[in-house]
Ligand binder design. Structure first.
Ligand code: TGC
Ligand code: FAD
Length: 396
């Protein structure tokens, strides 16, 4: 049975296995029961619902696609469907889970050694250890290769001393550990090379002040990571990767989840606009009976269907292990743009009520402005796809 209460003419239900359908339905029920009742309140107050972290863990939302270490080993399509349901509630909720899964657990899983995996991943899957991902800096956003944060080894074979500042970091104020990307020259190369470090809360010289004043992603914690001569044990270096491809590899995982998640936000605002315009009467007729309103509904509905088909198609390619970073750029770029445009249209269809918190549309719209920018801006993905099509890089 479909999870949809509102009719959709483009669906993927018949393409899903029984397990995938079960996971989708369980995620929908969980989010409707546990997230929906409290999200608007948290958004207004600018707080993250920390009480949900252990519940997310029980649902397998933390580290979902990873295998072993207490993770559920979901396939990419099943994982994508959980992101749809999380972001159907709020992009900040999906952000919490995707940072934990793709940006904090995934690098330990993929670039770490066995002792590191055993040390951190089970606690992260249980929601007892929260992670964050420090790549962006005040002067290094779209161009992370220009980062200034650096690590210096304290004598050959010794610990690392980290200095620098990371900015715009989801979860940093509540994180128990941070994956910090820093440049170091201590590996026999003349040019500095980017390496990943697990920096643990409590380290002397580490602080994570919260960033205040956001008018988007208000139910998500954002902050800095300030590193002032922070001593990081050599055992906390992620040995499996050198260079920018380390953090970019993590981003490819997270961007895949975003490409799915935003479909949930779009479904939420579409369904709200549909039901509102069916009920609201002007000129003696429901708004939904006007041709211009129906045109908007048709565009929104069709765009959501196409976004879902693209996500499903790329999900199966990922399952086969052949999805390229540029295909992920297409998924992130086009589906986020679709969701943002859908939210703007839905907002207009509710007239004045469209700006009210209780209808949820303005919240999704404001959140999607962030999603358009983070994990590679719309423009950066355009250029990444353009480079793949032409072989010519237009970043500089
Ligand atoms: P470029 O020369 O293209 O690549 C350097 C090396 O990386 C490899 N690579 C990738 N690997 C995996 N996935 C990808 N998407 C990759 N893209 C490139 C590449 O093959 C190369 O490897 P190698 O072996 O040759 O060294 O690097 P570039 O300096 O030209 O940069 C390209 C560019 C601009 C696309 C990249 O810098 C970029 O993606 N910039 C955007 C930065 C970004 O997305 N930041 C996100 C920060 S984290 C975040 O926003 C989290 S929000 C979390 C939430 O709340 O959900
Ligand atoms: P800039 O890079 O300064 O870009 C500004 C504008 O210029 C954009 O429109 C951009 O597309 C455009 N532009 C830049 N370069 C080019 C070019 N070559 N050609 C054409 N146009 C260009 N980062 C993390 O590391 N970890 C996190 O957990 C994290 N969470 C975030 C949470 C929130 C709420 C936000 C808002 C951001 C988060 N980020 C995080 C940072 C995010 O990834 C960056 O904001 C993003 O990469 C863009 O960098 P920037 O803001 O410095 O913009």
């Amino acid at each position: 049975m479909s999870v949809h209460a509102t009719p959709y003419l483009v669906t993927i239900d018949h393409l899903l296995s029984d397990d995938e359908k079960l996971i989708w339905r369980a995620a929908r029920e969980f989010c409707d029961r546990n997230v929906a009742p409290l999200i608007e309140q948290h958004y207004e107050k600018g707080t993250f619902p920390r009480e949900l972290i252990l519940e997310f863990a029980k649902m397998g939302f933390l580290g979902g696609p990873l295998e072993g270490y207490g993770c559920t080993g979901m396939n990419p399509v099943a994982y994508g469907l959980t992101q749809v349901e999380l972001e159907r509630q709020d992009s900040g909720i999906r952000s919490f889970c995707s940072v934990q899964t793709s940006l904090a657990m995934w690098p330990i899983y993929s670039y770490g050694e066995e002792a590191q995996r055993e040390r951190w991943l089970p606690g992260m899957a249980r929601g007892e250890i929260v992670g964050c991902f420090g790549l962006t800096e005040p002067n290094a956003g779209s161009d992370p290769g220009s980062m200034r944060t650096h690590a210096k080894q304290d004598g050959k074979g010794g610990d690392y001393i980290l200095n620098g500042q990371k900015f715009w970091i989801t979860n940093s104020p509540i994180a128990d550990l941070a994956i910090v990307w820093a440049k170091t020259t201590d590996f026999g190369s003349d040019a500095p090379v980017i390496r990943g470090f697990v920096v643990e809360r409590g380290a002397k010289g580490l602080s994570t002040p919260e960033t205040h004043g956001k008018l988007s992603m208000r139910a998500s914690m954002t902050g800095e990571i300030v590193l002032d001569d922070v001593r990081v044990p050599k055992e906390n270096l992620l040995p499996g990767v050198h260079g920018l491809k380390g953090p970019l590899g993590c981003l490819t995982q997270a961007r895949f989840g975003i490409g799915w998640g935003v479909i949930g936000a779009a479904m939420s605002v579409y369904e709200r606009a549909r039901s509102y315009t069916m009920d609201r009467v002007q000129f003696d007729r429901p708004l939904a009976s006007f041709q211009l309103t129906q045109q908007k509904l048709v565009e929104m509905h069709n765009d959501i269907g196409k976004a879902l088909l693209l996500a499903y198609h790329f999900g199966r390619i990922k399952q086969n292990g052949t999805l390229s970073p540029e295909q992920v750029s297409i998924l992130k770029r086009d589906n986020v743009r679709m969701a943002l445009e859908t939210a703007r249209t839905a907002r207009s269809m509710l007239g004045g009520n469209g700006i009210m918190g209780e209808f949820g549309i303005m919240r999704h719209l404001c959140n999607l402005e962030t999603v358009y920018t983070y994990e590679g801006t719309h423009e950066v993905h355009t250029l990444a796809i353009g480079r793949a099509l032409t072989g010519l890089a237009a970043f500089t």
